[in-house]
Design a protein around this ligand. Structure first.
Ligand SMILES: *Cc1c(COP(=O)(O)O)cnc(C)c1O
Length: 430
């Protein structure tokens, strides 16, 4: 395979866009090589500008559960576009999409739409603080909640401590209420609550973490979080921007019995268009402007084209009760094949699957938190990634990302991918 045109395109992009990309992980820094410039997608495949074809296990980082160019979604978008791109007024499609989501959860009465996952989470945190009248929040090392200031805290010892920003440009004053805890470790959460001295507004968690690789929370841990929040009058926020409508129809909430106070969504809910959302029971949502005092707004929020894509996509997901078990079976088949290929060549892979999400670590021991995840052999992953790319398989370009199965991926494609994995492992073994 040749990547000549992508290499040139990246060079040109580099001249006018910082790092050549509009979102850092796209730059392939974690795996080496240059990012592929994509010409088009079709079902499970993407094609780069050099004309190479890949089976796509990234799916735009999660949103495309029906793959590229799904005809019904495409038509819904085209029809909406023909009526106008944006009005800045209410449209009926927003109500329809909200009305599809609300009855799915008995603890969600209302939903508000925004334009990204970052916005959804940022607004949910503000709402939690406004509702409780408190400031503190607990976040877990390794969980990603978008790039808003108070959530850009993840580095650190993993011990509960006052958060230090992970990026220049974020004043420590803005993260001083962010307490960092260790995933799946309730003792570290207790320490945060002690440090906050009664001023804890909320705990935010990816109940199925997908931003440190795929690391699901233990059910017992989620239960303890729920009890802890109740005891201290803090809200529990499930950030399901990635896992929502992905891990199951109800996301992690369809797998865990623990009920959060607020859920945030993104990615799949927009089917590839920019959409985020958050929902909670009426008592909480009524704190939002204009009903209540907590301000939140957006010129393009609930954009009619984006809502049309989300609505048809969610209806399609609901129409097939088998959809998630079919996706999960494929994900399991893929991970089993990868594990067998790895052990055949003397590597050890830790894998996990939740619905259409999968994750793999080149690691000897189980991964329960960010410290464990950081032990993975990133160098071997980088070599594996490149070797798979050369065989037409597009995996996420970092060992800290989850992978995704879309409905367009066939058993035959999984078999091809596993075959490629054997060849790739043999090649990198040298
Ligand atoms: C992707 C993601 C976000 C941020 O969403 P954007 O649309 O990229 O702003 C927030 N939380 C989680 C769990 C995510 O995976």
């Amino acid at each position: 395979m040749t990547y000549e045109k992508s290499i040139n395109a990246f060079r040109e992009a580099y001249e006018v866009i910082p790092g050549g990309v509009d979102s850092p992980v796209r730059a392939f820094k974690a795996v080496g090589g240059t990012p592929l410039f994509i010409e088009k997608g079709e079902g499970a495949y993407i094609y780069d500008i050099d004309g190479n074809r890949y089976i796509d296990y990234v799916q735009s980082w999660g949103p495309l559960i029906f793959g590229h160019c799904d005809l019904e979604i495409e038509n819904a978008v085209i029809n909406a576009v023909k009526k106008g791109l944006s009005f800045g007024t209410p449209t009926e499609t927003e109500t329809k999409l909200a009305a599809e989501i609300v009855p799915m959860f008995d603890y969600i009465d209302k939903v508000r739409f925004v334009s990204s996952g970052t916005e959804a989470v940022m607004s949910a945190i503000r709402l939690a603080r406004g509702f409780t009248g408190k400031n503190g929040l607990v976040k877990f090392a390794g969980c990603y909640h978008g790039h808003s200031d108070s959530l850009l805290v993840q580095a650190g010892s993993g011990l509960a401590t006052f958060g230090t920003p992970s990026s220049p440009g974020v004043p420590a004053d803005l993260t001083k209420h962010t307490h960092l805890a260790r995933y799946n470790d309730i003792e570290s959460v207790k320490k945060c609550f002690e440090d906050a001295k009664g001023d804890m507004a909320c705990v935010i968690i990816e109940p199925i973490a997908g931003n440190m690789g795929l690391v699901p929370a233990d059910e017992e841990f989620l239960k303890e979080l729920r009890e802890f929040c109740d005891k201290h009058n803090a809200l529990l926020i499930f950030d399901e921007v990635m896992s929502g409508f992905r891990a199951s129809l109800k996301g992690a909430c369809g797998i865990s019995g623990v009920k959060p106070d607020i859920i945030t969504w993104g990615k799949v809910i927009g089917a590839g268009m920019p959409v985020g959302a958050f929902g909670a029971r009426g008592e909480i949502m009524s704190y939002l402007s204009p009903e209540g005092p907590v301000y939140q707004a957006g010129t393009l929020s609930g954009n009619p084209v984006a809502m049309a894509a989300g609505l048809v996509s969610l209806k399609k997901l609901k129409a097939d009760p088998e959809i998630y078990s079919k996706l999960e079976n494929k994900a399991k088949m893929l991970m089993q094949g990868f594990r067998e290929a790895a052990s055949h060549f003397g590597y050890h892979l830790v894998t996990d699957v939740r619905g259409s999400m999968f994750g793999l670590f080149f690691s000897q021991k189980p991964v329960k938190n960010f410290d464990d995840a950081q032990q993975n052999d990133q160098k071997t992953f980088g070599l594996f990634h490149q070797a798979m790319l050369n065989r037409g398989v597009y995996l996420a370009c970092s060992s800290f990302e989850a992978g995704f199965i879309c409905t367009a991926i066939t058993d035959h494609m999984i078999e091809e991918t596993i075959k490629a994995a054997y060849e790739a492992m043999e090649e990198i073994k040298g």
